[in-house]
Design a protein around this ligand. Structure first.
Ligand SMILES: Nc1ncnc2c1ncn2[C@@H]1O[C@H](COP(=O)(O)OP(=O)(O)O)[C@@H](O)[C@H]1O
Ligand SMILES: [Mg+2]
Length: 246
């Protein structure tokens, strides 16, 4: 069902790999302006879910509506157009090691902007996105010259350059030290304020979740087990929920 208040609506989503039934009738909605966290253990299907949402993976069954479009009905060109509005921050960052920071940021523009726009506006867009993440001075550097936290910021800047309406973050703080993780969480909040984007944040970093979420969905045994605020979840006695807070 299409509801224009929903930026993303997932219903009856099923995905298996052989005998491994990862998502079982998973349901979720993301409202406009919301920061929604998907909390689940390692291997619970969080990345599979996010890949289904941007159609990097085909569900076995179920409906996914993104910005009022049923994605299974879109052809390649229509999906490309939609991807301009849906930023995806890979857990691995996926920066190109052989390109400078400028070239990394320009990369998505090649696909989504006309040549004329690129020639006249790319430099300004690159610098704005770098300023948003506090790394203007790295524009001519290579990814290998940057720390893990800085590479994460650059990956975020590359997502922001297209001014997405939705940002999907796959474990944005995993593998970072606690201080850097906190800085990334703070950056996500300031980006949210500036761009008023809606976001889905996949995480099991309780500090990041506490700081960034308006609402949390627990992904347990393939289902949306319970959805509530961080504070309410923290006070639940259900052992499947409380084990996340130990
Ligand atoms: N392409 C794939 N082929 C086979 N199994 C996969 C594939 N992608 C994910 N899986 C399996 O699906 C389950 C969920 O994976 P994933 O979504 O990556 O977990 P996480 O919640 O840690 O992100 C795991 O058991 C994983 O082995
Ligand atoms: Mg994952």
């Amino acid at each position: 069902m299409i509801d224009s208040n929903h930026i993303i609506a997932v219903s009856g989503l099923n995905k298996s790999f052989g005998e491994n039934h990862v998502l079982k009738d998973f349901e979720m909605t993301l409202s406009k302006g919301e920061n929604l966290v998907i909390l689940g253990k390692s291997g619970s299907g969080k990345s599979v879910l996010i890949k289904c949402i941007i159609k990097l993976m085909e569900p076995d069954l179920g409906e996914i509506v993104v910005l009022n479009q049923k994605i299974n009905e879109l052809d390649q060109d229509e999906m490309d157009l939609l991807r301009k509005d849906v930023g995806f921050l890979f857990q691995s960052n996926a920066l190109y090691d052989s390109m400078t920071i400028r070239e990394n940021l320009e990369f998505p523009l090649r696909r989504h902007w006309s040549r004329t726009d690129r020639e006249s506006k790319a430099e300004e867009a690159v610098m704005e996105a770098l300023e948003d993440v506090g790394l203007s001075h790295t524009v001519n550097m290579m990814p290998s010259e940057l720390s893990g936290g800085m590479r994460k910021r650059i990956a975020l800047a590359r997502t922001l350059i297209l001014k997405p309406k939705v940002i999907l973050y796959d474990e944005p703080t995993t593998g970072l030290d606690p201080i850097t993780a906190r800085e990334i969480s703070e950056l996500m909040i300031s980006i949210q304020k500036k761009y008023k984007a809606s976001s889905v944040i996949i995480s099991h970093d309780m500090n990041c979740i506490k700081m960034t979420s308006n609402r949390v969905i627990t992904l347990i045994e393939g289902r949306n087990y319970v959805a509530d605020t961080y504070e309410n979840l923290m006070n639940m006695t259900d052992p499947k929920v409380s084990e996340f807070f130990r």
